[in-house]
Design a protein around this ligand. Structure first.
Ligand SMILES: [Zn+2]
Length: 154
């Protein structure tokens, strides 16, 4: 039962070791990491990552890599959450920037459209003005004729 004692010592010494973030890929000694199932009474069937060298040499109270798989996965999730929130933040920033840009484009388009409409309206107004002028002239001429006629009659 040397494996169980190894796992137990690993568990009890976990706090003393440097905390490794996430899933360990390689031990500081250069050995690969093995996933081992704990057979200790304290943590039965709990999986842990262990330095392959330390595991094969059944080292006890060493400072080779030891990390519970669930804790490693929790780290990974935490890291992912941080990354996701950072991504969300940058995404929202991008969206706001894009929205601002779109707003500017929209405002420019609106301004252009308003200008075009104004020009069209001015053209229409000029047209109607000229026709109104003609009508006005016709009315004035008519009135003058009427006045002249009434004077002539009177
Ligand atoms: Zn090692």
């Amino acid at each position: 039962m040397s494996n169980s004692s190894g796992a137990t010592s690993g568990a009890s010494n976990g706090g003393q070791r440097r905390r490794i973030m996430g899933v360990p890929k390689i031990c500081w000694c250069g050995a690969s990491i093995s996933a081992i199932i704990s057979k200790s009474a304290a943590n039965p069937y709990r999986r842990y990552y262990r330095c392959a060298y330390a595991a094969s040499h059944k080292l006890i109270d060493d400072n080779h890599t030891f990390k519970w798989v669930d804790e490693a996965l929790l780290d990974e999730i935490e890291r992912l959450t941080v990354r996701t929130s950072a991504l969300e933040q940058s995404m929202s920033q991008i969206t706001t920037e894009t929205m601002d840009h779109q707003k500017i484009v929209f405002e420019r388009m609106q301004m252009k459209l308003e200008k075009e409409i104004l020009e069209r309206v001015e053209e229409e107004l000029l047209d109607s003005k000229s026709s109104m002028k003609k009508m006005l002239i016709a009315v004035i001429v008519g009135c003058m004729i009427m006045l002249g006629l009434s004077k002539m009659i009177g």
